[in-house]
Ligand binder design. Structure first.
Ligand SMILES: Nc1ncnc2c1ncn2[C@@H]1O[C@H](COP(=O)(O)OP(=O)(O)O)[C@@H](O)[C@H]1O
Ligand SMILES: [Mg+2]
Length: 259
């Protein structure tokens, strides 16, 4: 039918227009951006959140992160979850017990959308607490837009790839973040390691917040312990002998006093 073909041609034109705003190679474009993802990009472009996608920063197990530009010329980071390679069972596991979300959702695409909104809300909490982390800008479908950590030449390096001049200070800061997140934000990062901390302007920034759980999650204590332990282990290479058990107990004790 004529009308349908017109609409299809219109959508194709729109998709071509969206693709022209993505300055990355065809292979990545086709691997990461299925049609629904391209249309989600289209919405972010027409809402004037994204002007242009620059280049890939990272290709992870579930998501690709790109550097992009806002219409005002500001650098931003865009994290795109690939529906096809997402681990839904793991996502559901970390969503359960979170009063902000329903776990009734069993549609795979919708679970990923929840996951993106969860990362957004968790970043909001960190921002409110003044804990260095990307500022969330927009969560839409499987795309999270946030502030970019880095300078115009390179994104900030991971903690694991820098040689700290004042490791004790950074160690104390990170332990302080863990404590404040727990006591004031009711949140446990749950995947904290030298791979999920960026180091920029002599400041550690926490990233990758989707799996962070609220303290009422059945595994919150186990995750809190693991986060602390990971950090204590990492800082051994700087000859810092942290006492994970003591740090954990103190946080829990303070939490008890607050409650
Ligand atoms: N806001 C950001 N600014 C700059 N680089 C970022 C930002 N967010 C993520 N990255 C880069 O992308 C990589 C992957 O991001 P992350 O959120 O950890 O996703 P993954 O689930 O793939 O581990 C990070 O290691 C970091 O190098
Ligand atoms: Mg990560």
């Amino acid at each position: 039918m004529d009308v349908d073909e017109d609409i299809l041609r219109e959508i194709d034109r729109e998709i071509q227009e969206i693709k022209s705003r993505i300055g990355i190679d065809r292979k990545t474009l086709n691997e990461v951006f299925d049609r629904p993802t391209l249309l989600a990009f289209g919405k972010l472009i027409s809402d004037r959140i994204i002007e242009y996608v620059d280049f890939p920063i990272s290709t992870g197990k579930e998501a690709n992160v790109f550097r992009a530009l806002s219409p005002r010329g500001k650098l931003i980071a865009v994290k795109v979850y690939r529906i096809a390679t997402s681990n839904f069972r793991r996502m559901i596991y970390y969503i359960q017990g979170d009063p902000r979300f329903s776990t009734m959702e069993r549609n795979k695409r919708e679970i990923v959308h929840q996951w993106v909104r969860k990362e957004f809300k968790n970043l909001e909490i960190l921002n409110k607490l003044g804990i260095p982390a990307p500022s969330p800008i927009r969560a839409w479908k499987n795309i999270l837009v946030m502030s970019y950590i880095g300078d115009e030449y390179t994104p900030a390096p991971l903690l694991r790839n820098v040689k700290l001049k004042r490791p004790r200070k950074v160690y104390d800061e990170i332990m302080g973040y863990i404590e404040r997140m727990y006591l004031d934000g009711d949140l446990v990062h749950s995947d904290l390691s030298e791979y999920n901390i960026l180091y920029f302007d002599e400041t550690p920034y926490l990233i990758d917040l989707a799996q962070a759980v609220v303290t009422e999650h059945p595994m919150a204590m186990v995750f809190l312990w693991r986060d602390i332990k990971n950090m204590v282990n990492y800082f051994r290479k700087y000859d810092i002998e942290g006492d994970a058990e003591k740090i954990f107990d103190e946080i829990i004790k303070k939490g008890g006093e607050v409650a």
